[in-house]
Design a protein around this ligand. Sequence first.
Ligand SMILES: CC(C)(COP(=O)(O)OP(=O)(O)OC[C@H]1O[C@@H](n2cnc3c(N)ncnc32)[C@H](O)[C@@H]1OP(=O)(O)O)[C@@H](O)C(=O)NCCC(=O)NCCS
Length: 174
Amino acid sequence: MHVSIEVVRETDLPQEVAERISYWAAKAFEDHGGYENCLWAPADWRILVYADGQLASFLKVTEREISVGDERLKVAGLGDVVTLPDWRRRGLAGLALRRFSEELCHRPDLEFGVLMCLPELVPYYSRFGWQAIAEAIVYTQAWGKETSHEVTMILSPHGKQWPGGPIDINGLPW
Ligand SMILES: CC(C)(COP(=O)(O)OP(=O)(O)OC[C@H]1O[C@@H](n2cnc3c(N)ncnc32)[C@H](O)[C@@H]1OP(=O)(O)O)[C@@H](O)C(=O)NCCC(=O)NCCS
């Protein structure tokens, strides 16, 4: 299997690739309950993994200033981590997650990575340095604030300590 990885700004994503991502992301999450009618934040950039020349895995990044306790933090919100069904369990999402960590190492302005996931995926993300924390994420929808029922996980690429306290991501979820 020949693998290549691209980091692409959302505005540079070819239309055809954007359509494939949107199709496969919708399919990947069709069984995840609790998010019917949810509005999602747009991506700022994505990591795309190609296997044998085909789009096989991808993830989405939204940059945002969020509130944690009394502090404001600039973070990279990680979402839509998806590997197409035929390409799963070959380490491709893992490659994308490692590349995400590397990108953050080169971005001192992005203090943390932040994601929400189902409890069963906590061990998986932990392998890549993510840490589960107790505070639930509060996010915005058209009608007001909602609280996530998923696990909050953080990545600290620059060795900073998470400040603690209530988390409001000040916008749509990613
Ligand atoms: C999760 C996902 C992105 C993993 O992609 P992948 O390229 O197969 O990942 P890797 O090959 O790097 O790692 C595979 C590991 O992921 C973990 N994993 C994947 N899906 C899992 C699930 N539903 N529950 C628990 N662990 C899971 C397992 O540890 C698995 O290892 P195993 O093969 O030894 O069991 C892929 O299964 C997917 O697209 N799922 C649907 C969308 C989704 O749930 N995304 C995560 C949102 S937080």
